[in-house]
Design a protein around this ligand. Structure first.
Ligand code: UDH
Ligand code: MN
Length: 351
C-alpha cells in the first residue's frame, strides 16, 4: 500500500513538472512569435501596395511562420519582390487556337480564379514590368468576346502582366467608330489605374503563340502581324490593324487616334501615318511568334466600308494636330464590372 502511495506521489510530481515545462515552452514560443510578427508587419506596410497584393501579404506571412523565428528578421528583407523577367518562365510558345466549340463565361471564370473584379490581374511572384490596359472596341459580338476571354486571360497571366480588360461598347446603331472607341478606352482606363501601356485589340483576334507579349516596346508595336486571314503574312508593310500597343508617351505624341473614321477601314492606316510623321517606327514580333487567328465573320451591320477613307488617309499630316485625344468628346452611359472584364458603354455621337 505504502509503496503504491509513494509511486503515485512520484508520478504526480513528474506530471506536474512536465505540465510546467510545456507551459514554459509555449510561453517562450509565443513571446518570440509576437515579437517577430511585429517586424513582419512593418515590412509588409513598407513594401506593399494595397489592392490585390493583400493576398500576397497573407501568403508571405504564412511561409514566414514556418521558419525558425531566429532567422526570420534577416530573411525578411531578402524577400522583397523583384521585377518580372523579360522572358516569363511560364510561357509555353505555340498554342492551339480554334473556335469550333463554343465556350461559356462560367467556364472562363472557373479557369481563372486569380482574377480580381473587372478582369484585373497582377502576378504574385514578381512585380510586373508594365501596367497594361487591354482595350477592346465592341458592339454586338458576345460570342467572339467569350473566345477572347477564354484564350487571353490565361495567356496574359502567363505573361506576368499587371493588366485589366476593358470592353468599350458603342451604344445605339449609328455607324461603328473603332478608333474613337479606342480613344475613349485610353481616357477611361486611366481614370481607374495608373496604366503605362495600352493594348488595342479587336475582339476576334487571338495570338497563336504566348511569346507575343501584350505589352509596350520602345516604339509603337503592331502585334497581329501574321494573321490566318491573310495567309499568315503582313498584307502590306504599313498595316497596323488588329492588335497594337502604345505606351502613354507614344500615344500622346501622336495626339491619340482619329475620331472621324465612321464605318469600316482607314483608321489603322491613319494611326500608322501619325506614328511615322512623329518620327517613330513600328516594332513587330517575327512572323512565327506573331501568328494569330481571327474568328471568321461577316461584315457587321452599320460597319460598311467608309468611302471617305482614302481621302482621309491622304490628309493625316494636316488633320492629326486637331483631331485626336485633344478633341475627343463622348458620354459614358454605364460602367459594369464582372470577374472577367469591365464593360464601359458609351455614346460616341454621330458622323
Ligand atoms: N466591332 C464590333 N462590332 C461591330 C463592328 C466592329 O465589335 O459591329 C469591333 C470588333 O472588335 C472587331 C473590330 O471592331 O473585331 C474590327 O471590325 P471587323 O472585325 O469587322 O474588321 P475586319 O477587318 O472585318 O476583321 C472585315 C470585314 C470582314 C468581311 C469578310 C467577308 N468575307
Ligand atoms: Mn474581324
Amino acid at each position: 500500500m505504502r509503496d503504491a502511495a509513494g509511486n503515485f506521489s512520484v508520478l504526480d510530481r513528474t506530471c506536474s513538472l512536465v505540465v510546467l515545462l510545456c507551459f514554459l515552452h509555449i510561453s517562450v514560443t509565443l513571446i518570440y512569435y509576437i515579437r517577430n510578427s511585429d517586424s513582419r508587419q512593418t515590412f509588409v506596410q513598407n513594401h506593399q501596395t494595397p489592392q490585390s497584393h493583400r493576398k500576397l501579404t497573407e501568403q508571405r506571412v504564412t511561409t514566414e511562420e514556418t521558419r525558425p523565428p531566429s532567422v526570420s528578421n534577416d530573411t525578411v528583407t531578402e524577400r522583397k519582390l523583384e521585377t518580372c523577367p523579360d522572358n516569363p518562365p511560364k510561357l509555353v510558345g505555340p498554342l492551339r487556337v480554334e473556335f469550333s466549340d463554343p465556350v461559356t463565361l462560367d467556364l472562363v471564370r472557373e479557369q481563372n480564379p486569380a482574377l480580381q473584379p473587372g478582369g484585373r490581374f497582377k502576378p504574385e511572384e514578381c512585380i510586373a514590368q508594365q501596367k497594361v490596359a487591354m482595350i477592346i472596341p465592341f458592339r454586338n459580338r458576345d460570342e467572339h468576346l467569350k473566345f477572347w476571354l477564354y484564350y487571353m486571360h490565361p495567356i496574359l497571366q502567363r505573361q506576368q502582366l499587371d493588366y485589366g480588360v476593358y470592353v468599350i461598347v458603342q451604344d445605339g446603331d449609328e455607324l461603328f467608330n473603332r478608333a474613337k472607341l479606342l480613344n475613349i478606352g485610353y481616357v477611361e482606363t486611366l481614370k481607374e489605374y495608373d496604366y503605362q501601356c495600352f493594348v488595342f485589340s479587336d475582339v476576334d483576334l487571338i495570338p497563336m503563340d504566348d511569346r507575343n507579349i501584350y505589352k509596350c516596346f520602345s516604339q509603337p508595336r503592331h502585334l497581329s502581324v501574321s494573321m490566318d486571314k491573310f495567309g499568315f503574312r503582313l498584307p502590306y508593310t504599313q498595316f497596323f490593324g488588329g492588335v497594337s500597343s502604345l505606351s502613354k508617351e507614344q500615344y500622346l505624341k501622336i495626339n491619340g487616334f482619329p475620331n472621324n473614321y465612321w464605318g469600316w477601314g482607314g483608321e489603322d492606316d491613319d494611326i500608322f501615318n501619325r506614328i511615322s510623321f512623329k518620327g517613330m517606327s513600328v516594332s513587330r514580333p517575327d512572323g512565327v511568334i506573331g501568328r494569330c487567328r481571327m474568328i471568321r465573320h461577316n461584315r457587321d451591320d452599320k460597319n460598311d466600308p467608309n468611302p471617305q477613307r482614302f481621302d482621309q488617309i491622304a490628309h493625316t499630316r494636316q488633320t492629326m494636330g486637331q483631331d485626336g485625344i485633344s478633341s475627343l468628346s463622348y458620354k459614358v452611359l454605364k460602367v459594369e464590372k464582372n470577374q472577367l472584364f469591365t464593360k464601359i458603354t458609351v455614346d460616341v455621337g454621330k458622323p
